[in-house]
Design a protein around this ligand. Structure first.
Ligand code: COA
Length: 120
């Protein structure tokens, strides 16, 4: 069993610009319907939540990079439990991970995510 971690930080404005420029093409490429629903429900602050999920997926890719080199954006869905705690829903059964966890934070300008994975 090995522990792998990944971390990513992103400027929220970069994600805002990408969404304003490419709109649905960008959103549908990166995020699942449930992720879009969650971010859109936050209206004025939606870019913070999109950026956090973008950083989360980059952090996942970093954590898994020793094992998987061709991960796709929507193979990992970042959702929140009833208390707001984020978790990762794995949507590709071929990716074998014993356990994976994520923590997210965002302020006005930046979003950051940290991922820890246990891999056999
Ligand atoms: C949850 C909490 C830590 C968020 O902190 P914050 O400074 O307001 O906001 P941040 O930008 O740092 O973090 C926001 C992210 O926290 C995460 N989060 C929310 N609730 C969480 C929880 N209960 N546990 C872990 N992470 C949580 C979410 O991923 C959220 O981002 P998202 O909505 O885009 O998914 C804060 O609301 C809090 O202290 N709540 C008190 C209740 C609590 O659970 N305390 C812990 C006792 S051990």
């Amino acid at each position: 069993m090995q522990i792998k971690t990944g971390i990513d930080i992103i400027e929220i404005d970069r994600i805002k610009q990408a969404i304003e420029k490419f709109d649905q093409t960008f959103l549908q490429t990166i995020f699942t319907q449930k992720e879009i629903q969650y971010c859109e429900s936050h209206k004025m602050q939606k870019y913070q939540h999109y950026a956090a999920r973008f950083a989360g997926k980059e952090a996942i890719f970093k954590a898994l990079s020793s094992y998987y080199t061709e991960c796709k954006w929507k193979e990992f869905e970042i959702l929140n439990d009833e208390k707001g705690r984020p978790f990762i829903n794995l949507k590709n059964n071929n990716i074998k991970i014993s356990s994976i966890d994520i923590s997210i934070s965002h302020c006005q300008n930046y979003a950051v995510a940290n991922v820890t994975a246990l891999i056999d």
